[in-house]
Structure formats: structure tokens, C-alpha cells
Ligand binder design. Structure first.
Ligand code: NAP
Length: 435
């Protein structure tokens, strides 16, 4: 066997300690697959204290950038996190001197993925990031390598386990958003400040990475339209169920006549679709390619061991000498991402309205929809709660056939102006099933 591959691991938190354990547990098998020993040569963390893992003779660096610049490592494994700051500085330091980088850091890639890819290509280093999207799900390799023979039409996924856990519990146990969020925090799924997850931003980072791989565009998190799940109510989940849907927070990147749309929002997904059947903290990604049709990968989107599994696979690839442009094609060929305004989105819509309980109100709403050439597929009047009845409103759910976002927003704005609707209408996009 050739010389061992010397690893410098920066970050010994949830993922870093799981990686160290995995490298020890599967040492012989990994060496066989890699064609050489994988040696933990050095590590960095803020504190040098004991973490319950055997670090052997690995050298400690207080500064991750110094570790990245050390002559004692062949690969820099970045497991610190954060878009900017020390993780980015250290990754740049490694790549610019030709040392390959393995990272799980979606925030850094969403902000600087293109710049890092250029650096890697210039120095001949590899930049691998299987763990950055979908945790243990091998979606990066699937898009970068396995589906190279396809023109990708659409990538859609459940990319945040916290949101999927909250929506699944709301639906199956009829508990409101706030209760399920607290439960997610208690179980360690959600951060103390959960905005990044429930606001859809974490999903947007991951989607921007997938869109770059799928459509050959530079990562541009600013091109993603983002809405979170905070406004989803039990009434929406019950109506979705009645109509044959589940509500999921999806990230969708899709080729359209206006360019590649990138959007994150709560979505009505037909119960028969694989994404709708993905419950709890699991993640799932569906990919539509012209040759393959639709392919769905489902699995653990987070957690130390699952994420370390993806990191280890990247390390083995580097040990074997696998060379790949980070985004599957030369960085210079990556085009600017399209910025398709959400107003141009076309699709079906679910709308829930608090309609004033008086004759002619429904007719006025139908007329406004008609003005915008919107056809209604379903209208359901729901039983009013005590509070709604006291306020003189009845809940009404509409489902439209295909229309544009601009049309539905215009029609709803008019109904509010007409005074036949109280409260802000709830609007949820309906995802078509793959043909
Ligand atoms: N956790 C998951 O399930 C998961 C899944 C997919 C991707 N990821 C990604 O993996 C990365 C790591 O996540 P994690 O959950 O393992 O994070 P974590 O538990 O918070 O661990 C972060 C580690 O980085 C170290 N660190 C922070 N600042 C440092 C500095 N200035 N110098 C040296 N070390 C520093 C910390 O040191 P101390 O321990 O001394 O404080 C800690 O060991 C992130 O990019 C995350 O997005 C995580």
C-alpha cells in the first residue's frame, strides 16, 4: 500500500467526533477501499479538551487556518460551519496551496462555492461536499456523476429535517405549529433560534447547491425565492388531507420557459408522490432527468453518523485519486444563475379565505378570479369555528387550475379591496407530479 492519506480535521463537534469514531471503527475496511491507510494526522477545535474520542497522536491546532496551512496534512476536512469567518479562511488557505478540502458546510458553499471551485481548479485540488446537502443521502454524487447522461428538468426536495418533523407532527397529531416547534427544540432538532430552519433559509442554501450541479449555473442563494412554514395552520393541513395532498416545505429548482426557477415554500404535494410519503426528520430529493425519468432518494438528512458517512465517502474518493470539477463541469463554464421573479411562476394554487358571511360574497370572489382568467378546480366551504362565526366569516378553500402567481395575487388583492374577504388570504402552491 502507498503512504497513508493524512487528514486534518477542523471541528470536533457533532459531525467531527462521529467522523473520528467512524474512521477508527472502519479503519481496515476503509483502507481497503481507499487503497491506503486514512490517518488522523491533526485536528482543530476551539478547546483542546477531551471529547470522548481517541485522537491518537494527532497534532492539535488552535487555529484552523494554521492547520489548513500545515505541511503535515494531505486533506483538510472542514467541519466547523458558518458562511464566512474561519471556516472560509481555512478552506481558501488549503485549496490555494493545492490541498483538497472535504466540507459539510452548506452555508459556506452557498455564499462562496463558486470562488472555492475556481481556487480548487487553479491549484489542482479537489473540493468535495457530499455531506453539505441531505446529510447521509448521496445526492451530490448522483447529480455530479451518476446522472451526467441526463438533461435535468427539475430537482425538488425536502431538505430540512426540522421543518419536515414539525409539519409531520402537526399533521399526524393535530398539534399547532408552536407546540411542534418547541418539541423539535426539546429533542435537539431545532436551534434555539429556529428562524434559519423554519424560515426556509437552510433549505435555500442546499437548493442553491443542487441547482448549480443540476443546471450548470453558479451558486446564487440570492436567486432563490424563500418562504417558511410559520403560517401553516391545522386548517390548511386538514384541507390538504381532504383534497389528497400533504403540505411539505420543498426546495424546487426547475427549468421553465422563463429560465431556471429556484424557490423554497410550503407546497401541496399529492399523497401518492414519494416526497409526500417522507415523514419526520427524513430528507428526500426527487430528480427529473430526460433519460432517467424521476428518481427519488430518501434518507437521514442530518445526525453525526449519517453526515460522517458522507464525509468518509469523499475522503475515500480523494485517497483513490478521483478528480472531478466541484460542480461537475469546469467552473469557467458555469453561467450566471437566472433570477426568475416568483410573480412569473405558473402552477395550481390552494387558497384559504375568511369570507364575509353575506349573500353575493362568493360570487364576487369568483368574478375576481374570472377577471384574471383563473379556473377553479374545487371550492369547499368549511365549518366556521366559534370565533369565525362570531366575527361573521366562513372559511372557504379554493383550488385553482394552472395560472400565474401574478394573476392569483392580483385577484386576491381585489377581493380584499372589495371587502368580501377578511384577514390575509393563505396561498400555498401545488406541485405537479412528474409526467
Ligand atoms: N450536525 C449535523 O447533523 C449536520 C448535518 C449536515 C451538515 N452539517 C454541517 O457540518 C458542520 C459542522 O456541524 P456540527 O453540527 O458538527 O457543528 P458543531 O457540533 O457546532 O461543531 C463545530 C465544531 O467547530 C469547532 N469550532 C468552532 N469555531 C472554531 C474555531 N474558531 N476554531 C476551531 N474550531 C472551531 C467547535 O469547537 P469546540 O467544540 O471546541 O467548541 C466544534 O468542535 C456545519 O457546517 C454543519 O452545517 C451538520
Amino acid at each position: 500500500m502507498s503512504n497513508p492519506l493524512r487528514l486534518g480535521v477542523a471541528g470536533l463537534g457533532v459531525v467531527g467526533t462521529s467522523l473520528v469514531r467512524l474512521l477508527q471503527r472502519r479503519h481496515a475496511a476503509l483502507a481497503m477501499r481507499a487503497g491506503r491507510d486514512l490517518e488522523l494526522a491533526a485536528y482543530s477545535a476551539r478547546r483542546k479538551d477531551d471529547r470522548g474520542v481517541d485522537l491518537g497522536d494527532a497534532v492539535y491546532f488552535a487555529d484552523p487556518a494554521a492547520l489548513a496551512a500545515s505541511a503535515g496534512i494531505d486533506v483538510f476536512v472542514e467541519l466547523i460551519g458558518g458562511a464566512d469567518g474561519i471556516a472560509f479562511e481555512a478552506a481558501k488557505a488549503a485549496l490555494s496551496r493545492g490541498v483538497s478540502v472535504v466540507t459539510a458546510n452548506k452555508a459556506m458553499l452557498a455564499a462562496h462555492g463558486y470562488e472555492l471551485a475556481i481556487l480548487a481548479e487553479r491549484s489542482g485540488a479537489q473540493l468535495f461536499f457530499e455531506a453539505a446537502v441531505g446529510g447521509g443521502i448521496p445526492v451530490i454524487k448522483t447529480l455530479r456523476e451518476s446522472l451526467a447522461g441526463n438533461a435535468i428538468e427539475r430537482v425538488s426536495g425536502i431538505l430540512n429535517g426540522t421543518c419536515n418533523y414539525i409539519l409531520s407532527r402537526m399533521e399526524t397529531e393535530n398539534l399547532p405549529f408552536g407546540v411542534c416547534l418547541s418539541e423539535a427544540q426539546r429533542l435537539g432538532y431545532a436551534e434555539a433560534n429556529p428562524t434559519f430552519d423554519v424560515g426556509g433559509f437552510d433549505t435555500a442554501h442546499k437548493l442553491a447547491i443542487l441547482a448549480s450541479l443540476a443546471f450548470g449555473a453558479r451558486i446564487d442563494a440570492g436567486a432563490v425565492s424563500v418562504e417558511g412554514i410559520e403560517t401553516i395552520t391545522l386548517a390548511d393541513l386538514a384541507a390538504a388531507d381532504e383534497l389528497g395532498f400533504r403540505i411539505k416545505l420543498l426546495g424546487v429548482a426547475e427549468r421553465t420557459p422563463h429560465g431556471v426557477e429556484q424557490r423554497v415554500h410550503p407546497t401541496m404535494v399529492a399523497k401518492s408522490a414519494p416526497l409526500a410519503q417522507t415523514m419526520g426528520v427524513l430528507n428526500a430529493v426527487s430528480i427529473d432527468g430526460d433519460a432517467i425519468g424521476e428518481l427519488t432518494l430518501v434518507g437521514p438528512g442530518a445526525g453525526g453518523d449519517a453526515t460522517a458517512s458522507a464525509v468518509a465517502a469523499d475522503i475515500v474518493d480523494i485517497a483513490r485519486g478521483l478528480r472531478f470539477p466541484p460542480f461537475g463541469r469546469p467552473a469557467a463554464s458555469l453561467v450566471e444563475a437566472d433570477r426568475v421573479p416568483m410573480q412569473r411562476h405558473e402552477g395550481g394554487y390552494y387558497v384559504r379565505l375568511a369570507v364575509v358571511d353575506r349573500p353575493g360574497a362568493m360570487g364576487a370572489i369568483a368574478a375576481r378570479m374570472g377577471d384574471e382568467l383563473i379556473s377553479l378546480e374545487a371550492i369547499m366551504q368549511k365549518r366556521a369555528t366559534k370565533e369565525a362565526a362570531a366575527a361573521g366569516v366562513v372559511p372557504v378553500v379554493l383550488m385553482t387550475y394552472g395560472t400565474t402567481e401574478a394573476s392569483i395575487r392580483e385577484a386576491l388583492a381585489r377581493t380584499v379591496e372589495d371587502g368580501v374577504v377578511r384577514e390575509r388570504p393563505q396561498v400555498i402552491r401545488i406541485e405537479r407530479e412528474a409526467a
